[in-house]
Design a protein around this ligand. Structure first.
Ligand SMILES: [Zn+2]
Length: 180
């Protein structure tokens, strides 16, 4: 049997995979993730985003596997100068969807796939929380501009208040040394 790929054109806000409506074989979904997506989550550290999400959902009997790629960029606050900092994102989400109650004794992973449990009654899988979690987890702990690329005005302002190591590295500290 020839594998068929169905392309679903979905509204950017939905992030819904209609489990009941899936055809056997591969179904492809794609969504755009922008600023509004992250604004809908409380306390999100992501200020802006331009991400393409592509999910290939394979259905075979009662098996549903999701291979989802999230590629693009997000904007966060630089830890050092507090200005906007662009970070590339390239995340792969591999899920195995199971119906029924989650059993705590069960390993939540199947090989490389994270197992997602959905109630038998659920006709839809909402990917928004999953996409959000994976993108946030993919961001590095330290979010700073490469050396020398921080906003100098913001740095001057910040270093004027704290006489720490960073202030000593500023051009003003170097000038002070010359004046001695
Ligand atoms: Zn910076």
């Amino acid at each position: 049997m020839r594998a068929q790929i169905y392309l679903w054109v979905v509204m950017s806000e939905s992030f819904i995979i209609p489990l009941n409506g899936l055809a056997t074989g591969k179904n492809e979904f794609s969504w755009m993730v922008g600023k509004e997506f992250f604004e809908s989550f409380e306390n999100s550290e992501i200020i802006d985003a331009e991400l393409d999400v592509t999910a290939v959902v394979e259905k075979s009997g009662r098996y549903v596997g999701v291979d989802c790629d999230v590629v693009g960029k997000v904007v966060v606050e630089c830890d050092r100068c507090l200005e906007e900092l662009e970070m590339p994102v390239d995340v792969e989400i591999m899920l195995s969807v199971k119906y029924g109650e989650e059993e705590s004794s069960e390993d939540p992973h199947e090989g490389e796939r994270e197992v997602i449990f959905v109630p038998e009654t659920d006709a839809e899988l909402d990917m928004s929380q999953i996409v959000y979690d994976y993108v946030c987890l993919a961001l590095p702990m330290q979010r700073v501009h490469p050396d020398g690329e921080c906003n100098p005005d913001a740095m001057r302002h910040l270093s004027g208040e704290t006489e720490d190591g960073m202030a000593e590295n500023s051009p003003f500290a170097a000038l002070k040394d010359l004046m001695k």
